[in-house]
Design a protein around this ligand. Structure first.
Ligand SMILES: [Zn+2]
Length: 57
C-alpha cells in the first residue's frame, strides 16, 4: 500500500501508475493530485524497478 502524504488516502501498488522525472520516481494521488515521492530500491527478476515509499517522504 502507498499512502498520500498530503491527504492520507491509501492506494494499492497496482492502483496508481508510478511516474519518473528528473527528480526521481513518484506517483500522483488520485484524490488530491499531490506528488508523492517513491524510492527505487533495485530491480525485480523481470527487470522492473522496485519502488517503495519511505516513511519520511
Ligand atoms: Zn492525496
Amino acid at each position: 500500500m502507498w499512502t498520500c502524504r498530503n491527504c492520507n488516502a491509501r492506494f494499492a501498488v497496482d492502483e496508481v501508475e508510478p511516474q519518473i522525472d528528473e527528480e526521481g520516481f513518484f506517483f500522483i494521488c488520485l484524490g488530491c493530485d499531490y506528488r508523492n515521492k517513491l524510492a527505487d530500491i533495485g530491480r525485480d527478476p523481470a527487470g522492473r524497478p522496485q519502488l517503495v515509499q519511505r516513511d519520511d517522504e
